[in-house]
Design a protein around this ligand. Structure first.
Ligand code: ADP
Length: 281
């Protein structure tokens, strides 16, 4: 008998195309550092071109996750959406946030479609339910259907129904962790606005050094040092990212790299060496 779910890449013993789960970090595809409700069209276009070029050179399947930067974090702070939804005003805030987060997904989809990639937007609130900010249900069927039909499914950080809090934040990093656990991809690739994980926040501490490799052995020590995001970030920045990954990767290799550096995305997808942090947990 074959098992489709947890061995999605194996079908009747035949290895399917390599599956990559990619994150376009909010810090790279939005103006997160300036706290502006704007896409970084230049990086989005560059990333879409590189993705398309890599997909033409090698058969691969992609699940794409977008960080939303200010479109999520700033709204959540502004409308006080991180500790339960109790008022009409907050509910309006949830609607505004999700409209804005969908805008990030739609803008990304548009950029990919321009490069000839077929996309399918999957809003988190359609597939995920939380209780007290913890995921209790996640429906992967829409992703499987999209992949089977040759689409790149795209999900963003967004607010989802929550049993206790009514609505709560589900970050792009959580989507990464969930989909990685389920699909067991060849690799998880996380594009951000710095070269990887450093010994301290490189935007604050010029002496911070890039960590080449994070393993089970050094992760607790690194977690002690790694800071949160310098920009408005309600989901924990680099530290939150590493915590999510360390719980859910289960042996799937991950690389955190700079999406601003031209060529990085294409190279990493084609298995070429780039400057980054490799995670093997
Ligand atoms: P994204 O929005 O791309 O998912 P985040 O904003 O959550 O990324 O995290 C990236 C930011 O984390 C960087 O811009 C950097 O300023 C900050 N940061 C804090 N500590 C570190 C660290 N130790 N190494 C790398 N980046 C760090």
């Amino acid at each position: 008998m074959f098992k489709l779910n947890n061995s999605f890449q194996t079908f009747f013993g035949v290895k399917m195309n390599d599956l990559f789960i990619i994150k376009f970090g909010g810090s790279s595809i939005t103006k997160k550092a300036d706290n502006k409700f704007e896409m970084n069209e230049k990086i989005l276009k560059q990333s879409a071109k590189e993705l398309s070029s890599a997909m033409k050179q090698k058969k691969m399947q992609i699940v794409l996750v977008c960080g939303v930067g200010p479109f999520g974090h700033t709204n959540v702070k502004l409308y006080d959406l991180n500790n339960g939804i109790k008022t009409d005003e907050q509910m309006k805030g949830v609607e505004k946030t999700n409209k804005d987060c969908n805008f990030v997904g739609e803008s990304t989809a548009k950029a990919l479609e321009k490069e000839g990639i077929k996309t399918k937007l999957i809003p988190g609130y359609e597939v995920c339910k939380q209780n007290n900010k913890k995921i209790v249900e996640y429906d992967f069927a829409p992703y499987e259907k999209a992949l089977k039909e040759g689409f790149v499914p795209i999900s963003t950080g967004i607010m989802v129904p929550d049993i206790e809090l009514k609505w709560s934040v589900m970050s792009g990093d959580k989507v990464i962790a969930q989909t990685a656990k389920h699909f067991k991809p060849k690799m998880v690739l996380m594009g951000t606005d710095v070269d990887g994980i450093y010994t301290a926040d490189p935007k604050v501490n010029p002496k911070a050094e890039l960590i080449d490799e994070i393993t089970r052995a050094n992760v607790p020590k690194i977690l002690e040092k790694v800071g949160e995001s310098k920009s408005v970030d309600v989901t924990g920045g680099m530290k939150g990212k590493l915590e999510q990954l360390s719980e859910q990767l289960n042996g799937t290799p991950a690389e955190i790299f700079n999406l601003f550096t031209k060529g990085n995305l294409e190279k990493v997808l084609l298995g070429k060496k780039i400057k980054d942090t490799k995670i093997k947990l």
